[in-house]
Design a binder for this molecule. Structure first.
Ligand code: 6PG
Length: 632
């Protein structure tokens, strides 16, 4: 801890500072001792110092503070009269500011009694005029005995030590659940939710009212008292909707934070926004961590998977909190890891969601075929999925699907009453855009987004359905055999979904030098998050050997045995009139990626024909461009 005792000449900084340092057992620094001779001569002559005298002097003092902060801390006595000078001293996060205040007559009296000091008492007027009293820190009256003043400062510091360890902004579903999770782990917490008349009133207070057993949470509706309630360096988690709200909140926070404070964005922000915000906050000395948090409400409350990226020091400082609240993997290790710099954390979460879309779409297509082509009931399908849960197919999404299919309302399956228009908040589409930007073949996971888009066109689908009135053939003779093939097809699709998602991460990681560790990413996705599964557990080891799932021996064996069934199921589905966009894309991707000589030769020839775009040959120097006059 660094304590800076400051104020005008003669206020007692050195006496109080020295006493305080003795009591606290830390070194005492007197800024006066850092003045060069020229400054002292000027002050002795009654000439006020100028900026060019003060700034190098304060820089020296700041350097010393930095060193002390790495040791036991220190008490510094320094005039630090205005904010410009104090900012120079704010080179370390943990500063407690103590302003010594007294009337001019009292200070004059003390100056009159002072002997052998270089400071000319005539400078008091100019110093009093220069003093800017800040809103932060403690103000202590000097008309008490030094021992009593020091005692009071010590008391204040003790109170300061009781300040909250962590702040959470945004008491929506995720913010509230994470806050309660932190509080459960014994973290002293301040929670804040903005006030919006008629819409968001007393939101944070209500969290406390609903959870009266917590005595380690303070609730705020005003930002300044919320910030003041936090110990330094302040650690603040933003849990607010991605987009402009995050920029707005950051701009409100910037003037209230100090260099060294840590700001964490735990929402589903777009990773490029995170990169931009990290750059802005770096200029202010604020350590910005953009983190993915997965697991929905229950995960956030009991243990989410956490994917932080950005400022490494910032991450290191908050890691103990994140580790406390994160889900634990099968070895008991917290499902949190530093992913990489800049926007890496939010990028990884974006791809998590893209795979999530793919996994949801694959289950939905399998369900759709079972329900419509095979004409099974939701309860029968739930029973089949339950059997699959005992295999390599076990996953959180399959597990919740079983519960969904067993939910009946007034004797009817609830699933049959849910409008078939899928919503989305954007993360799946951002992944598609990123894949396009980086030239990554992403058809499979793109289809999961496009299928949602098509589902949203309910009106068009209704009209077309009536106009075309296509015949859909249902029922199958050998049900068991088809179910076996469907299981294999689903198995293959899942492997391909994951391969495609991770291949996007591989490309972006390499291009940006993020050095993403895929085994570690798979590990933190084995528990807490929405795409946790048996397959993910297997990927932890697979990625220790290769960055491509498809190049792994077990995956090759599995895909070789499943690909025929995937082709068959897709063929059957299409022939009988049932769309299966992700299953069919998966087999197309698989056949494409395992095809050494593709159809692209003709595309190159066509490009060269109509646009002289040139082509390269496979029977000579592959880097040499060729152009042909195609028509004589
Ligand atoms: C998670 C989820 C979550 C996501 C929503 C749905 O990992 O906990 O991915 O972050 O926002 O569950 O997102 P869509 O509305 O885009 O489907």
């Amino acid at each position: 801890m660094i304590i800076i005792v400051y104020g005008v000449t003669g206020c007692g900084k050195s006496t109080i500072g020295q006493l305080l340092a003795n009591k606290m057992g830390v070194p005492f620094l007197d800024a006066d001792d850092f003045h060069p001779k020229a400054n002292k001569t000027k002050m002795n002559a009654g000439t006020p110092l100028e900026d060019e005298d003060r700034i190098p002097w304060l820089n020296n003092v700041a350097e010393k503070l930095k060193l002390c902060s790495q040791e036991k801390g220190a008490v510094l006595a320094c005039s630090a009269l205005n904010e410009k000078y104090r900012t120079i001293l704010k080179v370390v996060p943990n500063i407690h500011w103590v302003l010594l205040e007294g009337s001019k007559s009292l200070v004059e009296k003390r100056l009159g009694a002072r002997v052998g000091h270089f400071m000319n008492p005539a400078l008091l007027d100019s110093q009093m005029a220069a003093l800017e009293v800040p809103e932060y820190g403690r103000k202590v009256a000097i008309d008490n005995a030094p021992e009593l003043i020091v005692k009071n400062i010590m008391k204040d510091i003790k109170t300061m030590e009781n300040l909250a360890d962590f702040g959470v902004i945004g008491m929506g579903v995720m913010g509230k659940s994470l806050a309660l999770n932190l509080a459960d782990k014994g973290v002293n917490l301040s929670i804040y939710n903005r006030y919006v008349e008629g819409k968001e009133e007393r939101v944070a207070e209500k969290v406390l009212e609903e959870n009266p057993d917590y005595d380690n949470i303070q609730a705020f509706e005003e930002i300044k008292p919320f910030i003041s309630s936090l110990s330094s360096p302040k650690s603040i988690l933003l849990m607010i909707p991605a987009g402009t709200a995050v920029d707005w909140q950051i701009n409100e926070l910037i003037p209230l934070l100090n260099p060294g404070d840590i700001l964490v964005d735990g929402g589903n922000s777009f990773y490029k926004d995170t990169i931009r915000r990290a750059e802005l906050l770096k200029e202010k000395g604020i350590l910005f961590v953009g983190t993915g948090v997965s697991g929905g409400e229950e995960g956030a409350r009991r243990g989410p998977s956490i994917m932080p990226g950005g400022d490494k020091d910032g991450f290191t400082k908050i890691a103990p909190y994140l580790e406390k609240i994160a889900a634990k993997d099968y070895q008991g290790k917290p499902c949190v890891t530093y992913t990489g710099p800049g926007g890496a954390g939010h990028f990884v979460k974006m791809v998590h969601n893209s795979i999530e879309y793919g996994e949801m779409q694959a289950i939905s297509e399998v369900f759709y075929l079972m329900r419509n082509y095979l004409e099974l009931s939701p309860l029968q399908i739930a029973d089949i999925f339950e059997k699959w849960m005992d295999s390599d197919l076990a996953s959180y999404l399959l597990e919740i699907t079983i519960d969904i299919l067993r939910k009946y309302e007034d004797g009817e399956p609830l699933i049959d009453k849910i409008l078939d228009q899928a919503a989305q908040k954007g993360t799946g589409g951002w992944s598609v855009n990123t894949a396009l930007e980086y030239g990554v073949p992403y058809g499979v996971l793109s289809e999961a987004v496009m299928a949602r888009n098509l589902s949203a066109r309910k009106g068009l689908r209704m009209i077309s359905s009536g106009l075309y009135n296509l015949e859909r053939f249902t029922g199958i003779e050998d049900l068991e055999n088809f179910l076996d093939k469907l299981q294999a097809a689903y198995q293959a699709t899942r492997i391909i979904n994951h391969e495609v998602g991770f291949s996007l991460m591989l490309e972006v990681s390499e291009k940006n030098n993020w050095a993403l560790n895929f085994s570690e990413i798979a590990r933190i996705w084995t528990s807490g998050c929405i795409i946790r599964s048996k397959l993910m557990e297997e990927l932890v080891d697979i990625f220790k050997e290769s960055n491509h799932i498809l190049l792994n021996y077990e995956a090759i064996t599995a895909l070789k045995s499943y690909q025929g069934d995937l082709s068959y199921v897709v063929g059957q589905a299409l022939q009988n009139g049932f769309p299966v966009p992700i299953l069919s894309n998966a087999i197309n991707y698989f056949l494409g990626v395992t095809t050494a000589n593709s159809a692209a030769s003709l595309i190159q020839a066509q490009r060269d024909y109509f646009g002289a775009h040139t082509y390269r040959r496979n029977d000579g120097d592959p880097d040499k461009a060729h152009h042909t006059q195609w028509k004589d």
